[in-house]
Ligand binder design. Structure first.
Ligand code: NPG
Length: 379
């Protein structure tokens, strides 16, 4: 990574609340989403603008973070600290300036992304090059929600396979696990890279349902137990042949190292928002490389902005499994940016433009925006 990137002087921080309709409802162990509400951050600097996207969902069901809370902490605690820095702020300075505030990683990640975007644009450097990407395209996986009907699920998976996605992740929850997974395996055979994501919805006291999944040749079982139950995951892992992967549990490179040392997982899902930013995501990546375990980049229904950043990150060499990096049309009729498209080989092209690459399109942004708040320097 290029540590020499020059900083930018932040003049104002704009917070935008946007709403995008989903093309179809997305059902997970947490409930049903019909639209994606997002907090976007634009920093205006002496070197030009930079955009960041906050991954926090509308409700605190995935982790404790949610849109309204993220907005609140940026206004009251994070933005004032950044705006109080008299000189230039580089991407690596953001986490340091905000370190006095505990948690709120998705909000911090959005600010870091915006500063990084502005600084990289000023330097004419792409995010992928800055992070240390080694590939021009990355294989794309897709998430398929709970349908409640096995025939509909097999049809939904069939559509994604026909579109060219290189692996499928099925959302599972107690009562929606072995039967749908068996049906998908039977329909598509062992050639399909298949994994499941429980979003922490199972209890360690009842491992039978998870053990039933062990015979389906799954690449991994993601986050079966509650996020803070690392020991529980380590115990469960001893009873399963299928590798466990952690998502919600992994909030930093330090936690990733702990989870790997405990044997709580053999695969790590890396999301920049969940770990506090792209730079910490690279450190989680590095911890996985050091431990010799597989890693992949997750998704949180990002718009083209956040998705482009995820694709750039996924081009690092330690991301050995396809990520949740589906094309814009998997989630949105109209994305905020030029749509990110799935290549004919089931890969997403890594953006090569300066900064994150894509920017929000004025017209779409205008229609999607519910509110704008501009925060400036004091005095
Ligand atoms: O492709 O962006 C995507 C969605 C992948 O299933 C996906 N994300 O639990 O990992 C998850 C889930 C998620 C979505 C989590 C939105 C939080 C918010």
């Amino acid at each position: 990574m290029d540590a020499e990137l020059a900083g930018v002087r932040i003049d104002t921080i704009e917070l935008r609340r946007v709403h995008l309709a989903l093309v179809e409802p997305f059902v997970t162990a947490h409930g049903t989403s019909r639209e994606r509400e997002m907090l976007l951050v634009r920093v205006r600097t002496d070197e030009g603008d930079g955009w960041g996207e906050c991954a926090a969902p509308a409700e605190p069901t995935y982790t404790g973070e949610y849109v309204e809370g993220a907005h609140h902490v940026v206004v009251g605690h994070l933005a004032p600290r950044l705006l109080a820095v008299p000189g230039p702020v580089g991407p690596g300075d953001v986490a340091r300036v905000l370190a006095g505030i505990r948690g709120h990683r998705m909000a911090k990640a959005a600010l870091e992304m915006a500063v990084m975007d502005a600084a990289l644009r000023a330097a004419g450097l792409s995010l992928a090059a800055f992070l240390g990407a080694t590939r021009a395209a990355v294989p794309a996986g897709v998430a398929v929600g709970v349908t409640g009907d096995v025939r509909q699920l097999v049809e939904a998976v069939g559509r994604r396979v026909a579109q060219g996605y290189r692996r499928v992740k099925l959302k599972i929850a107690p009562g929606w696990d072995a039967v749908p997974v068996a049906a998908v395996r039977e329909a598509f055979g062992l050639g399909l890279l298949l994994q499941v994501d429980a979003n922490g919805s199972y209890a360690l006291g009842d491992p039978a349902a998870l053990q039933m999944l062990d015979g389906f040749g799954l690449t991994l079982i993601e986050q079966p137990l509650a996020p803070d139950d690392l020991l529980g995951h380590a115990r469960l892992a001893e009873t399963l042949a299928t590798p466990l992967c952690l998502d919600e549990s992994i909030t930093s490179a330090a936690v990733a190292a702990t989870a790997l040392a405990l044997g709580a997982c053999r695969v790590v899902n890396v999301k920049p928002g969940r770990v506090g930013g792209l730079l910490e995501a690279v450190r989680v990546h590095d911890a996985c490389v050091a431990a010799g375990v597989d890693a992949w980049v997750g998704g949180m229904l990002e718009t083209g902005l956040g998705r482009a950043a995820n694709v750039a990150l996924a081009a690092l060499p330690g991301f050995t499994l396809p990520g949740d990096l589906s094309a814009s049309d998997r989630w949105f009729e109209t994305d905020l940016t030029e749509p990110l498209r799935l290549g004919p080989d089931g890969c997403m092209a890594v953006p090569t433009g300066a900064g994150v690459g894509p920017v929000p399109l004025d017209e779409v942004l205008g229609c999607a925006t519910a509110s704008i708040e501009e925060l400036g320097r004091r005095g």
